[in-house]
Design a binder for this molecule. Structure first.
Ligand code: COI
Length: 354
């Protein structure tokens, strides 16, 4: 398929103070889009000026949420612009798409289009330490139709936003609330996909937690509300008596690319034993009481490696690592970002430099 390129006539001013980017508020001059129709396949691949879409109010995604998305980042380095495991994001987009009945995209072509888009938008990749250009590929069902069925028309688009830290508190350890009423997902549901509905379903619990002064919600399994699952914007890791524990990929949590990278770094670079096992929240609190819980951190593209300084479950609150970032958490953060920003050699073949 051909990729058409239409350049924006007027370019926006780039943010002057890159220390105040925040997350996901400013968008670049161009975006990628491609359309799909049953019987025709994907067509009309285009890089075009960033602009609003015109969609029917009956557009299917607005009613029944048939949508999937991804999140990855481009990093400014001395050697060029680095992408981190971008092929894995397009692969996961197709995994989400299969569950959500969204037609498969050509992963190789999508990556080529992204690289072309980044070539045009390279000056938007921020240079200040800790910043990056966040990339959001998304697919939505666009048929103007109110019956419940899978779409026959789709729009795939990629937008770009220069970002700083995901959490306003930066690398300060976050305080998380263990949700014991609502659940995020169950095995057999859509928990392993990046679909908008998973995030919409998390908002009530998130609002309750924020109102109580917590940054994030830690979800428990949807059946027994006993086993730890994930944070919603991050996978979760516990360092207990020298080992790392993280919930296994059983279908209800997101198969995070940062999660996978942190497991590999821990095992191959730091010789830390990592167990992907179900772990109950009661055991975590007991390990804390007996001095076994050493560190807790979350992982995600947006959140990178984020220390957890405290957890509240029912009427019990604990402090982790004295409320500070733990040593292994810091080492993982430094090494992962070192590889992403081209400061540490990449022994895993994760980086694509443009
Ligand atoms: C990401 O980490 O890229 C995500 O998609 C999480 C989102 C809540 C910002």
């Amino acid at each position: 398929m051909n990729l058409e390129i239409v350049r924006a006539k007027d370019l926006k001013l780039k943010p002057k103070d890159e220390t105040k980017l925040g997350f996901g508020r400013i968008f670049t001059d161009h975006m990628f889009s491609m359309q799909y129709k049953t019987g025709k396949g994907w067509y009309d691949a285009k890089i075009r000026p960033y602009e609003n879409f015109s969609l029917s109010p009956a557009c299917m995604v607005l009613h029944y949420s048939q949508t999937i998305f991804e999140g990855l980042k481009a990093y400014d380095t001395d050697a060029g612009i680095n992408l981190f495991r971008p092929w894995d994001n397009f692969k996961r987009l197709n995994v989400s798409g299969k569950r959500m009945c969204i037609p498969e995209i050509d992963e190789k072509f999508a990556l080529e289009c992204l690289i072309e888009l980044l070539g045009i938008e390279k000056d938007w990749v921020p240079k200040t330490e800790g910043t990056s250009l966040y990339i959001r590929p998304t697919i939505i069902a666009t048929d103007p139709f109110l019956g419940v069925k899978e779409g026959d028309e789709y729009l795939f688009f990629i937008i770009l936003t220069p970002v700083g830290a995901y959490y306003a508190s930066g690398l300060e350890p976050v305080n998380i609330y263990v949700e014991d009423e609502y659940v995020r997902s169950v095995i057999g549901g859509t928990g392993f996909t990046k679909t908008g509905g998973n995030y919409a379903a998390s908002l009530a619990a998130g609002k309750y937690a924020h109102d109580k002064g917590f940054s994030q919600v830690l979800w428990l399994d949807g059946v027994e509300k006993k086993y730890v699952e994930e944070v919603g914007s991050m996978n979760i890791f516990f360092k207990i008596r020298g080992e790392l524990l993280t919930p296994p990929l059983m279908g209800s949590i997101l198969p995070g690319i940062t999660r996978d990278s942190v497991i590999k770094l821990s095992r191959d670079m730091f010789g830390v034993n990592v167990r992907e096992e179900r772990i109950s929240i009661a055991d975590i609190f007991e390990e804390n009481a007996s001095g076994g819980l050493e560190e807790v951190f979350g992982t995600g593209t947006a959140a990178v490696v984020s220390p957890v300084g405290g957890m509240t479950w029912e009427d019990k609150s604990i402090k982790v690592s004295g409320g500070k970032m733990g040593d292994l958490t810091a080492k993982l953060y430094d090494t992962l970002t070192g590889i992403q920003y081209g400061k540490i050699k990449d022994p895993f073949g994760w980086i694509k430099t443009l």
